[in-house]
Design a protein. Structure first.
Length: 181
């Protein structure tokens, strides 16, 4: 085989590798535009979040999670990625359930988050969170925010505070994705 014959073969191989890489990236990451004020002041309406898929065992309290929404306890979650919600993980399985988020479940006792469940919180006290829909199954979490891009009309650049899942700082906060209450 001549060198001239190797070039045409390399082009489809490189194109195929590029397609595989793009599909892998698309499965691992998602860009979400936040709609609503439930995560203000840290994440504001119009901001974009770069979301990375995580295994349930990698989820930690304080991270900003993007989840499939539940309208009420026991209701099946929507799997529509256009209707994701953005909330902070307040507690994971085995951790104490924050009484201010789950008062009916923790009244008069020290409740612990059940296995496979999470407590989600809105940064804005007026936001909808586990106070309204209860515990959230880990399987409802699409991923966690690893970077915040502020809405371009507010000025400033991308979040340089270590990412929104670090707690505190310029990237910390909770919000709603398109279609969340």
């Amino acid at each position: 085989m001549s060198a001239a014959g190797a070039v045409p073969l390399a082009v489809p191989l490189l194109a195929g590798a590029a397609v595989v890489a793009l599909v892998a990236l698309r499965r691992a990451f998602l860009l979400v535009r936040v709609r609503g004020d439930s995560m203000e002041p840290a994440v504001r309406d119009g901001d974009r979040l770069l979301v990375r898929r995580r295994r349930p065992s990698a989820l930690r309290a304080g991270q900003i999670a993007v989840a499939y929404p539940r309208v009420r306890p026991g209701a099946p979650p929507s799997r529509d990625r256009r209707a994701l919600m953005v909330k902070r993980i307040a507690a994971t399985a085995g951790q104490p359930a924050p009484p201010y988020l789950l008062p009916s479940r923790t009244a008069g006792r020290d409740a612990v988050v059940p296995p496979g469940m999470l407590v989600l919180s809105a940064d804005n006290p007026a936001g909808i969170d586990s106070r309204h829909f209860g515990y959230v199954p880990e399987s409802q979490i699409y991923g966690v925010a690893i970077h915040r891009f502020p809405h371009p009309t507010r000025g400033g650049g991308p979040d340089r505070g270590g990412g929104p899942d670090r707690g505190g700082g310029p990237g910390a906060g909770r919000g709603r994705a398109p279609g969340t209450p």
